[in-house]
Design a protein around this ligand. Sequence first.
Ligand SMILES: Nc1ncnc2c1ncn2[C@@H]1O[C@H](COP(=O)(O)OP(=O)(O)OP(=O)(O)O)[C@@H](O)[C@H]1O
Length: 585
Amino acid sequence: MKEILAQIKQYKKDSILTPVFTALEVFMEMLLPFIMAKIIDDGIEKGNMTNVYIFGGVMVVAAMVSLLSGFLAGKYAASASSGFACNLREAIYRKVQTYSFSNIDKFSTAGLVTRMTTDVTNVQNAYQMIIRIAVRAPLMLICSMAMCFAVSGSMSTIFLAAIVLLGIVLGIIVKKTMKVFTEAFKKYDDLNASIQENVSAIRVVKAYVREDFEQKKFKKASGNLYKMFVKAESLIALNSPVMMFVIYSCIMLISWLGAKNVVAGTMKTGELSSVFTYVISAMMSLMMLSTIFVMISMSTASIRRISEILKETPDLHNGENPAKDMKDGSVDFNNVSFSYKHGSGKMVLNNIDLHIKSGETIGIIGSTGCGKTSLVNLISRLYDVDDGSVCVGGKDVRDYDMEYLRNQVSVVLQKNVLFSGTILDNLRWGSENATDAECIEACEAACADEFIERFPEKYETYIEQGGTNVSGGQKQRLCIARALLKKPKVLILDDSTSAVDTATDAKIRAAFAKSIPGTTKFIIAQRISSVQDADRIIVLDGGRVNGFDTHEKLVETNEIYREIYESQVKGGGDFDVQSAGKEEA
Ligand SMILES: Nc1ncnc2c1ncn2[C@@H]1O[C@H](COP(=O)(O)OP(=O)(O)OP(=O)(O)O)[C@@H](O)[C@H]1O
């Protein structure tokens, strides 16, 4: 809650002025029936036109002040609530940027999107209500009651009884609605998950002709939400008839009692008319209060969900005096064990002890899910180890400034992502200030220049969102060029040339040897041909190092490696190590 309230600070002035003007608006509104009664009783009934003019003038001034205050209160409320929502969105966005991979793993993308959109909008609406209506409604209620008692004590008892009855009924409705709304917001996540998954993977959906299935899934999520809202809104709809019933019953009773009093001369006509106005105001304010409770209950669920994000502490931090210099690109895994859930005991990597010299090219090969990506993720400290240590340039990765480390260790991830913008814009993600010549040089090393030159607009070619207008292999080469622009000490290619033909793959590796000889290179690949000319190759099996040597030695001594090699030489294609493992068993 503290983190959420901190976002209001900037709009403190607007948040204070809103209730101030709202209060002024209510006071002036409450005066109007009283002045009206005076006009009738002291002016019209007594035939005194001076009183009519005086009270009429006061009435006009009160009405003008009330209108102006209402306008100002609305303006400040809009500014405070929209500003609050804007700050809240920014705070969530900023927080998510600080998350480590393991923090991100905890929240679904759909969940994050719902929190930044629907939940923030709920909180915004609730806040606007709180600073405006939550001040207006109780003030109106209290003032109406007080004025009513001042005019006629006996009739106010009818009014009081009506308010208590209405309060109880509305309370029951609100309680039931709150429960339904809390459940409804959970369903929003399902709906957003369905939209997000379908839209981001629309090509796969179409390729597998799963449109009907996806449509049914969406219809179900949307239908669930529909049912929840219909249930909640039906309950809220009861507000109006209950309210009208109470108001009209009240008016009938007051008319009956009032008429008797006016005839008996114990009450004036103007007083009776003002009592009617106060009764209606009080009932209206009760109705407003019930709406506020519903809004607050809706936003409580949203506030809880937003707090979860803001409270989450990033589990990777810079140490004290983090290092911002790196001797070289040597990498050491010192008895490293790693699990995605620390303390769960489910080790993904076990006792890895590897020592790699700066400038070496290291191939990594192994079956699907054996821990190749997990191993290289530790070098740029995307996760922390459970046991042991990972050192780059002779220093523990935890002792580096994380931004500095990640600029020195460049990773081309398995899932390549390009952003909407020109090719040059995308390349400059690697180095903001890279010159055109440096960008072209990086593209030459990544063998991307040949296809870029064929585009009519060359380096100014616009890449659509998600890189949909370039092929898989072209995307991979652009991502490699982007990583090269960082001029890293360590370069990691996580299966990044899988969509590139074998000849281009070889050309990229040859270009690396020439253009970045001092950079330590890790190449994760499924093809032996992608790693066989590496200085050494790590063979991973079930999270353990099964072999670490040159291609020739491994073919001779390592059973797993030899199997992969032979199957690829004979089969001439990529090897699914997992199926080979099964055959072996
Ligand atoms: N973010 C994650 N959270 C939990 N478990 C994970 C996560 N990422 C991977 N794993 C698990 O860790 C193990 C190793 O995964 P990893 O991605 O390192 O394998 P890999 O050898 O790179 O596989 P592939 O060749 O398919 O890319 C797998 O069992 C996988 O299910």
